[in-house]
Design a protein around this ligand. Structure first.
Ligand SMILES: [Zn+2]
Length: 78
C-alpha cells in the first residue's frame, strides 16, 4: 500500500481509521469545545468513527450505492 502512486493523505487514511485516530467531530469536541460534536450529515448523533462509517443514514446510502448508479436495496427494481 505504501508503494502505490496515491497521495499520502489517502495512504494514511486506512491506518488512521484502524487506529481510531481520525479527527471526527466527537473527538475534536473533547479538545475544542467550540466544535459541535453533531454529525453534519444527519444532525441526530455525535460524529464518531462508528457512526460516520456504519450508522449514519449518509453512510448507509454510500454503502448501498452501486457504481452503475443504482441502489442495491432499491425498491424500484420491480
Ligand atoms: Zn450522521
Amino acid at each position: 500500500m505504501w508503494k502505490l502512486n496515491i497521495p499520502p493523505k489517502v495512504q494514511i487514511f486506512p491506518w488512521l481509521l484502524i487506529r481510531k485516530r481520525l479527527q471526527v467531530r466527537a473527538r475534536l469536541h473533547r479538545f475544542m469545545p467550540q466544535i459541535s460534536p453533531a454529525c453534519p450529515f444527519c444532525q441526530n448523533h455525535d460524529e464518531t468513527i462508528h457512526h460516520l462509517f456504519m450508522e449514519c443514514c449518509f453512510a448507509k446510502d454510500v454503502w448501498a450505492f452501486n457504481f452503475d448508479g443504482s441502489l442495491m436495496n432499491s425498491q424500484a427494481s420491480t
